[in-house]
Design a protein around this ligand. Structure first.
Ligand code: NAD
Length: 273
């Protein structure tokens, strides 16, 4: 097993390393990727209804010798399903496609204005019924978290957001920490664009690691959950080899100093889908 799990606000353990499957094709491609990951020791898979590959994720898990209870599965309710009844229905559809009778983490994919509180109420119900072990959000900024938490019976346990050296959102990180909301980064490898960046090449070479390992380890040392994506076995293995070295503080600080507030994905304050 690949080491390291964070304890969420409700006591549930969430592995720091997961496999992301955004844009991984349903069927053979996602079945292979999930199988390679489980073989390599990953115990956490991050999918979404909007990725259209939950069946393949479920099939890979069902046919793998690692037990379901030892795998942390996250999926997300898509924007068009936000609202109370529609979220309950979307959740059960996801369970069915994943071939499981419970989820480890259910997230709201984006903060749909005027709807996210109703959606949250449905997620609280699912949580209180024991159908999901933890609930959280994705792409929520501080004002959206505060608004949601103002009415909530259960506070979100996770916020999954875009995060990499060029987009560090220090205020959001601090707010999440102060409120026991675990930070989780998407685009940890900048969706593949990290690989030409000279400063990364230089630091990685110094430690004889790859750029992927450098950025992933930087997240881990900051206490942030990572879900790098690949469909290639060698990269899936490489992205999990993070637990036998430590980045010195000086290199952590170089990466910490690169924040430019540069978003690659949509702005959660102003998206339209
Ligand atoms: P990523 O930052 O993980 O980059 C993945 C890309 O980097 C791969 O497609 C590949 O081209 C390259 N890569 C991966 N490992 C490599 C290696 N070792 N060496 C060289 N190249 C390598 O980007 P992502 O897949 O878009 O994001 C990760 C995961 O985050 C997604 O799969 C998904 O699960 C999640 N995500 C969530 C949201 C959200 O709105 N909640 C949005 C985007 C992504």
């Amino acid at each position: 097993t690949i080491d390291g799990a964070v304890t969420l606000a409700n006591g549930v353990h969430m592995p720091y390393l997961g496999l992301g499957v955004y844009k991984t094709k349903n069927g053979q491609e996602v079945r292979d990727a999930v199988t390679y990951a489980l073989d390599a020791g990953y115990r956490h898979i991050d999918t979404a209804a909007a990725y259209y590959n939950e069946e393949g994720v479920g099939a890979a898990i069902a046919s793998h010798p690692v037990a379901r209870k030892d795998i942390f599965i996250t999926t997300k309710v898509w924007n068009s399903d936000q609202g109370y009844d529609t979220t309950i229905r979307a959740f059960h559809d996801s369970l069915q496609r994943l071939g499981t009778d419970y989820l480890d983490l259910y997230l709201q994919h984006w903060p749909v204005k005027g709807k996210y509180k109703e959606t949250w109420r449905a997620m609280e119900t699912l949580y209180q019924e024991g159908k999901v072990r933890a609930i959280g959000v994705s792409n929520f900024l501080q004002f959206q978290l505060e608004d949601l938490m103002g009415n909530a019976r259960v506070a979100p346990m996770v916020d999954q957001v875009e995060f990499h050296p060029f987009l560090q959102q220090p205020d959001l990180v601090a707010f999440a920490k102060a409120n026991q909301i675990q930070f989780e980064s998407w685009f940890p490898l900048m969706h593949g664009r990290a690989f030409g960046v000279e400063i990364f090449t230089r630091i990685a070479a110094k430690h004889q690691i790859t750029i992927a390992q450098l950025l992933l380890r930087w997240n881990l040392q900051r206490g942030i959950v990572i879900i790098p994506k690949s469909v290639r076995q060698a990269r899936i293995i490489e992205n999990a080899q993070l637990f036998d070295f430590v980045l010195p503080q000086e290199d952590m600080e170089i990466l910490n100093s690169l924040d430019e507030g540069a978003r690659m994905g949509p702005d959660p304050a102003n998206f339209n889908f």
